[in-house]
Design a protein around this ligand. Structure first.
Ligand SMILES: [Zn+2]
Length: 338
């Protein structure tokens, strides 16, 4: 269990959400943190509950049936709440994501079509572009990479390389001082930056090449003005200072180690991204690549906030103060960050 009370393993998840009733109580607690209020007549107080229909509450005053899944991805679905919850948990926490076939098998869904539609609905919550700027007090690394996708039906070895630009925040670890001291005890020379930092928020975009205007537009739309921006020595970045950023290009680059030392985080992101795209999806066409990048970014940016990811995948409003099931029952509810 993580500090906010969100399950961090499948058995734990099973204990927190053992059945449809537990899922329903979670939905109810999100929507009415201080107890049920009828949206039809406004009466506050315990509703009627039906064990055979856990997704519905009935107002004791006006007798209206209130659906707990209204305005969520589960609305009007015949599938059990627990299946939806399992599904959202799987795709929000498992780094490689899920294929529809894996999803169908793991959740023991009888028909493939049903699994496919559920997965599609859950994933729709992950492919929205994230629009707020990153950086600010944290420096940002910006770089481009080529992603190769093989097109079906074409000859062996035919690749369509697509350019992807990425920007990632570089955040200092809380225990950076301790780590630096420990490193100096064991090694000669300076402490490599990547021992002291971790990746913050990420942005990725498909572009048609690494021309100046593509790079500058991406930076302007994704990085907060005034941020320190680290890049390689590519001339396409020369205009960055004029856009209102503190530019730290790699000077006298060229060798691999120097580039690694200057841009460790974005290179790590690109490396993991390539593995994910090739491994899980066996390459994706350029047409769909941005949607996959958005999904990758969604999961990456919420890896420390699994509950936020879980709730938004289910279509549960994330602005609502969301108590966890465990937090709710222990009385130690803590507001989630992110
Ligand atoms: Zn009512």
């Amino acid at each position: 269990m993580d500090p906010r009370g969100f399950p961090t393993s499948l058995p734990e998840f099973q204990r927190v959400f053992p059945d449809d009733g537990a899922c329903a109580r979670y939905l109810e607690s999100l929507r009415w943190p201080i107890g049920f209020t009828c949206p039809k007549c406004g009466r506050h107080g315990e509703p009627y509950r039906f064990s055979a229909r856990p997704g519905v509450l009935r107002c004791r005053s006006c007798q209206a049936n209130i659906s707990l899944t209204a305005s969520t991805v589960m609305e009007k679905s015949q599938s059990p709440l627990s299946t939806w919850f399992w599904g959202a948990y799987l795709i929000s926490t498992q780094t490689p994501g899920q294929s529809a076939l894996q999803f169908q098998r793991q959740l023991e869904i009888k028909r493939y079509e049903k699994a496919f539609i559920m997965l599609h609905k859950l994933r729709a919550g992950m492919v929205r572009p994230e629009r707020d700027g990153i950086g600010g007090e944290h420096p940002v690394e910006v770089d481009e990479c080529l992603l190769g996708g093989r097109t079906r039906g074409e000859g062996r070895g035919v690749h369509h390389k697509t350019t992807v630009i990425g920007a990632v925040e570089v955040r200092m670890r809380n225990d950076a001082d301790v780590r630096a001291a420990k490193y100096r005890q064991e090694h000669e020379g300076g402490v490599p930056l990547k021992k002291l930092v971790y990746a913050g928020r990420l942005r990725l975009r498909v572009v048609d090449g690494r021309g100046t205007s593509n790079l500058e537009t991406f930076i302007l739309e994704n990085v907060v003005n005034g941020t320190t921006v680290r890049t390689d020595g590519w001339p396409g970045y020369e205009g960055v200072p004029g856009l209102g950023y503190t530019h730290k290009p790699l000077v006298l680059g060229g060798d691999h180690d120097k580039t690694e030392a200057h841009l460790p985080m974005i290179h790590l992101v690109f490396s993991n991204l390539k593995t994910w795209i090739l491994g899980t999806h066996h390459g994706v066409s350029q047409q769909h690549l941005q949607a996959y990048l958005n999904e990758y970014v969604f999961r990456f940016n919420r890896r420390f906030y699994p509950m936020t990811a879980f709730n938004s995948i289910l279509g549960l409003a994330s602005h609502i103060e969301a108590p966890t099931y465990a937090g709710l029952y222990s009385g130690k509810w803590v507001h989630p960050a992110g």
